[in-house]
Design a protein around this ligand. Structure first.
Ligand SMILES: Cc1ncc(COP(=O)(O)O)c(C=O)c1O
Length: 451
């Protein structure tokens, strides 16, 4: 008997009781190795004393002060740390990331980006800029604005009448999108031509912003762009004065081996949305980090961003995020992510070597994806009615592993993948266990499927 409106009424969820490093323990005492941090959230693992202490201390000091009356020390400290650690690849004055707008979820950070982009255009006398371009199979959140920008067909479908029009271009998804014989650079260029054609067709002076995840997470399964893609996107945005909004809600905050994911693309975004790893699950917190130019347009124009919610810049959430950033820096948790990711990838390759169902292993840092197929040569996906992803999630839990499988990888309906995003503190022995258990779960589900 429950009064809770669960995510899925057909599932009988175990009760999570406590966490311990890379493990979650349920009411029955069953232990689950958290190989996905929920949804790439728990970057520091569970029950990290430095974070819980920082939260308690902030609660004793100040729980809440509305941001239309006050600023707060934790919010100031968080903004300062993020800006100090945001790398700069620009050359144009004013293009440096300089200001942080703090909210409570990734979707809210994207909503803020949509509204801020629009308000900036209005205040720059460019009221005709109303069009957003993003990519198919992207995911930017579930609130209506963020969902409109998202390109995942299945998530959009039931609400399509409520979504404002957005142009969706092809994702940068080499496993399925790149022609045989085509180079990675050639593929990037083909996609850039498509993007430019879409900009020209829409009318370059009508395009407001381009939204993209540097490494696509939930809906594609840890897909990084091919060489030259984001560099070319930046050039197109510069050429047509389009704002480049990077959604690092899932791939940011150390997950791919650098604090900000854009660092590895060596391009300068105009806005970056961050969330999940920022609070690492200890508090619901997200942020929109924007350039000096964007902030100045508002500050020297109307003076106020016409947006805000009750819990913007919440002091306790900010104190948790400050502690997360400090622990990551003090304990140097981000530096080894690339090596740990390479080790996990190697372990997965070994564990999955005999599994025909493993079509592609990909990702960056501790953000990895396994795309599942019935045949490695033809890359044929499983029948979506089998819900292979859901079966794997269930099997994995039965053997004490939490992973994040998803269906609809190819077009919102077809295709399955498993996303892995273990805490950055996961030990090598635990990485071995993850590889072994994920291979077992995939094997047990796919061996009995008749294709
Ligand atoms: C890339 C990306 N953007 C936005 C969101 C939405 O974040 P939230 O669920 O915190 O609203 C997600 C969530 O998975 C995400 O992966």
């Amino acid at each position: 008997m429950t009064n809770l409106f669960h995510r899925n009424s057909l599932i009988d969820y175990p009760l999570a009781l406590r966490g311990e490093g890379a493990w979650l323990i349920d009411q029955q005492g069953r232990r689950y190795l958290d190989a996905c941090g929920g949804a790439a959230v728990s970057g520091l693992g569970h029950a990290a004393p430095a974070i819980t202490r920082a939260i308690r201390e902030q609660l004793d000091q100040l729980a809440y002060a509305h941001t239309s009356f006050f600023s707060s020390s934790p919010a100031e400290a968080l903004a300062e740390r993020l800006i100090a650690r945001a790398p700069y690849f620009g050359s144009r004055p004013g293009s440096r990331l300089d200001r942080v707008f703090i909210v409570s979820s990734g979707s809210e950070a994207i909503e803020a980006a949509i509204k801020l982009a629009r308000q900036v255009a209005l205040e720059r006398g460019q009221g005709q800029r109303t069009q957003i371009i993003s990519r198919r199979q992207s995911y930017h959140g579930n609130t209506l604005g963020a969902l409109a920008v998202s390109g995942n067909a299945a998530r959009r479908k039931p609400f399509s009448e409520f979504l404002f029009p957005v142009q969706h271009v092809s994702p940068c998804y080499a496993y399925r999108g790149m022609y045989s014989g085509e180079t990675a650079r050639g593929y990037s260029e083909r996609l850039l031509h498509e993007l430019e054609a879409t900009i020209l067709q829409t009318g370059p002076d009508r395009v407001l912003a381009f939204f993209a995840e540097p490494v696509v997470g939930a809906t594609l399964g840890a897909v990084a762009a091919t060489e030259g893609y984001f560099e070319g996107v930046r050039q197109l945005c510069d050429r047509y004065e389009i704002l480049l909004v990077l959604d690092e809600v899932m791939c940011g905050m150390g997950r791919t081996g650098t604090l900000f994911a854009y660092e590895q693309e060596r391009i300068q975004p105009d806005m970056v949305a961050i969330a999940k790893g920022l609070g690492a699950g200890y508090q619901p917190i997200a942020a929109l980090v924007v350039s000096e130019d964007i902030h100045n347009t508002i500050a020297q124009g109307s003076g106020a961003f016409q947006h805000g919610q009750t819990y913007v810049g919440h002091p306790v959430a900010c104190a948790a995020a400050v502690a997360v950033l400090d622990v990551m820096q003090r304990e140097q948790l981000v530096e080894p992510v690339a090596a740990k990711g390479a080790l996990l990838m190697e372990l997965l390759r070994e564990a999955c070597v005999d599994l025909e169902a493993v079509g592609d292993l990909r990702g960056r840092g501790l953000f990895l994806g396994i795309e599942l197929v019935t045949n490695q040569k033809t890359k044929t996906p499983f029948d979506p009615r089998l819900r292979i992803h859901a079966q794997i999630k269930q099997r994995a839990m039965e053997i004490g592993l939490l992973c994040y499988p998803m269906g609809g990888t190819i077009d919102g309906v077809h295709g399955d993948h498993v996303l892995l995003a273990p805490p950055l503190i996961t030990s090598d022995a635990e990485l071995e266990l993850i590889a072994e258990r994920v291979a077992t779960a995939i094997h047990r589900v796919t061996e009995s499927v008749d294709v």
